[in-house]
Design a protein around this ligand. Structure first.
Ligand code: ATP
Length: 230
């Protein structure tokens, strides 16, 4: 079973290609201590999302390894690994079902109080309560009422509820109004707090707050350190 991150997670000299003969990551090494936040930055196509995909084992490395406290993540069951890895994407998928079902997705046993608490922590409770059916609103019927920002907040609520050891976040960049943006920022700060996290960072504030900034370019790390060092 996955012991949880006691000390550190290491990405060690990882090479990866989606397609044979076209290597995307050329020997990437990043280490992060428990509770730290790593900001991944770099231009489009530099490999940021690819690093995230490997952490969650959507794909496996070609060579090198990713370890948690020294154990290769390939030694954990996928189910166990993913239960301990929370992902918040820029454009999260909602599922057909109610809002409550969607927030509960990661933990089907969660009771309504826990769902509401997670939604409050994610700054989305007030919006949900403003809907005529509240938490019982059917997502499939009302798809159009949710903005990208609101979907991201529901996804954060879902992640808070599962209480993952490792967090993978892709900061939203655009299409959100300033109030939603502030809500997202506050919710993200809250969910990152005390957890080991990798953030594809678009905001300066996130980058400045990071324990470590990793700059990727064309699948190589070109700089790594905190913002004082870089
Ligand atoms: P962005 O900031 O635009 O999200 P990124 O830094 O996250 O970019 P990646 O999505 O990791 O970059 O892409 C890195 C490279 O891998 C790109 O050249 C991309 O075309 C390629 N790539 C990404 N996903 C796949 C895939 N499923 N199959 C083949 N190539 C892929």
């Amino acid at each position: 079973t996955l012991p949880g991150i006691k000390k550190e997670l290491q990405i060690d000299d990882v090479h990866f290609s989606y397609l044979p003969g076209k290597e995307i990551l050329h020997g990437v090494s990043i280490s992060v201590h428990k509770g730290e936040m790593v900001a991944l930055v770099g231009p489009t196509g530099s490999g940021k999302t690819t690093v995230m995909n490997l952490l969650n084992r959507f794909y496996d490395v070609d060579s090198g390894k990713i370890t948690i406290d020294g154990t290769d993540i390939r030694e954990f069951s996928l189910q166990n690994l993913r239960k301990n890895v929370g992902i918040v994407l820029q454009d999260p998928q909602l599922f057909s079902g109610t809002i409550a079902d969607n927030i509960r997705f990661g933990d089907p046993n969660a009771n309504m109080d826990q769902v509401i608490d997670a939604a409050k922590q994610a700054n989305i409770h007030d919006f949900i309560m403003s809907l005529p059916k509240g938490y019982e609103t059917e997502v499939s019927d009302e798809q159009s009422v949710f903005s990208a920002g609101q979907k991201q907040l529901m996804s954060i609520a879902r992640t808070i509820l599962t209480n993952p050891q490792l967090l993978i976040l892709d900061e939203a960049t655009s299409n959100v109004d300033t109030v939603t943006e502030a809500n997202i920022q506050a919710a993200m700060d809250r969910v990152i707090q005390g957890r080991t996290s990798f953030v594809i960072a678009h905001r300066l504030k996130t980058i400045l707050n990071a324990d470590k900034i990793v700059v990727l370019k064309d699948g190589n790390i070109i700089e790594q350190g905190n913002h004082e060092a870089l």
